[in-house]
Design a protein. Sequence first.
Length: 334
Amino acid sequence: MAKLLNEKTIKQLITMSEANKIIDKTFQGFGNETVVNPPKVTLDLGETGGYPYHEGFVNAMPAYIGDSDIAGLKWVSGTAGKRKEAGLPFISALIVLMDPAMGEFISVMEGTHISNLRTGAQTAVSLKYLGFKDGLSIGLYGAGEQARFQIEAIADLFDIKELRVWNHRASTAEKFAEDMADYVKGDIIVCQPDEGEKAAQADILITVTNAQEPILLRKWVQPGTVVFPMGSFQEIDDDMILSMDKLVVDHPYQALNRGALKRLNSEGKVSEDDVFTTLGELAVGKSTMPDFSDELVMCIPIGTGAMDVAVAEAVYQKAISNQAGDEYAFVEYE
């Protein structure tokens, strides 16, 4: 019997604090090479403007997690067009888990909430590996749902002394500041749409937008800053990428072929030779992060199926323990 879990049930079964711990352990699995994670496969449904003109994409993200001996796949779409007209969120996802020894599918669950949790947790745990302590100053570009998960995850591990938030709509940034006040021990400064440079006056800069043109410029950023370009496109300018002193990623191939680095990699201007280390290597002590107070560091936890599968497996186990969700037999054996 496969366990079927909807978003409401999943939210009752997993917390951000638990997600942070799971992501930490999964990064260690990458470092210990007990995680198997092929690169994402993308089905273009018109995201780039061509046929079939649905203004969207679907990513297939498979992975195997050795610590829990689980395999799974996240099937996640980003769709504008008619979906946007209907007032629905841009992202929609499902996660399927299977018993790799038996080849049986054991769970199908909603994947959007898990995606949001693990994306926020990836940034938070990365900050730990980079050597940050309490008293963080953060410049956040974007004030949507994923921005909220970023701050919630970071606040679970660190005290935030200052948060500067920028959004292309000032009202959205102001509402964000109100909603996130309990997560930030220091000040929250709302930067107006024409104050992008003001938001960059922080030690950690995170971009979580759908912008397809740079919104964060190299000339604004001081040495000792770590930049997290988390969006699916290039939210930072070329000068930022080409002048970085150290590049830290979760999955080298995937990070180079998606998001911020994709175009410059295709042009031969950025390659795997530019990767200083991976988060997995940092997690298990195969590498260490030196002092970078005079350098510009870029950290790209681009997002892997392994993180989704690992969190989903924990949700599945909790669902069994709590007798939560529904069950369905996709195949009935005699």
